[in-house]
Design a protein around this ligand. Sequence first.
Ligand SMILES: NC(=O)c1ccc[n+]([C@@H]2O[C@H](COP(=O)([O-])OP(=O)(O)OC[C@H]3O[C@@H](n4cnc5c(N)ncnc54)[C@H](O)[C@@H]3O)[C@@H](O)[C@H]2O)c1
Length: 253
Amino acid sequence: MVTYRVNSEYFETLPTGMGRSALELARDAEHGANVAVADWNEAAEGLIKPYPGRPLFRKCDVSNWENVLEVFEAAQTEFGIIHTVISNAGISSHENLLTAEVDPTTNRLCPPSHKSIEVNLIGELYVTKSALHYFAQWPATHCQLVVTSSAGAFFPAPPIYMYFAAMSGILGLKWLETRGDLPKNSALGVARALFLPVLNPTLNGKSLFVAGDRIFEFEDSWRQAERSWMGPELCDQVRRGRPLLLASMNPEC
Ligand SMILES: NC(=O)c1ccc[n+]([C@@H]2O[C@H](COP(=O)([O-])OP(=O)(O)OC[C@H]3O[C@@H](n4cnc5c(N)ncnc54)[C@H](O)[C@@H]3O)[C@@H](O)[C@H]2O)c1
């Protein structure tokens, strides 16, 4: 699905046409699907040509809020309930963070282009906001929003740093999965957590998380997991070093 061309110095993301392939899957699905395609490139309208039913195409720049909203409005008018949104538009161009363009009129350094952030991150946020707004209008229907990020959000892959900054930002959207499902706290429930360390001083230095008025302590399990996320060798070194560091800061102890 994701292809990286590796040459001696850098990775280059290659268009894989995931959107095109997703359309083919939707067309081949047992009961088919109504589809709306939105793309900056008008040539993408050709993707819906072989589609049966009433496919919809809109020329749309995902970094333009009005464009994005218009796609959702048109899809709802045409199809009614929107069950699935796949937010897949992306570019890996406009990378000039590390190049030094100078404004010839002022002889001063130019700012980096925002284009990659606008399309890859702001565009995803616009689609996400619109999708969640529409999904909320039919709460009894199971709906799904899928957003694409990149392997580069997990490990370094120079030199497209703006792209990977945007893709890392998209990962923040994964927390939306808990939207609306968290148990609610009352003011009294949180207030109990405020007083718990007062009554129980053994909780000094702990982190308390309150969910549905239940109090959870995070520090002990976080510390137990250290060997997993640091690796045993580093974990042992840090644990040996910690008292040494504290002793050097408090020689009286
Ligand atoms: N191909 C890879 O190696 C790779 C790797 C990791 C992540 N991704 C990400 O997955 C997604 C899809 O990748 P792909 O390989 O199918 O790319 P692709 O280039 O084949 O398709 C991307 C589509 O987005 C459209 N687009 C670009 N800018 C737009 C804008 N402003 N508004 C609306 N449409 C716009 C393009 O016209 C194109 O049709 C992208 O977000 C990409 O960054 C791709």
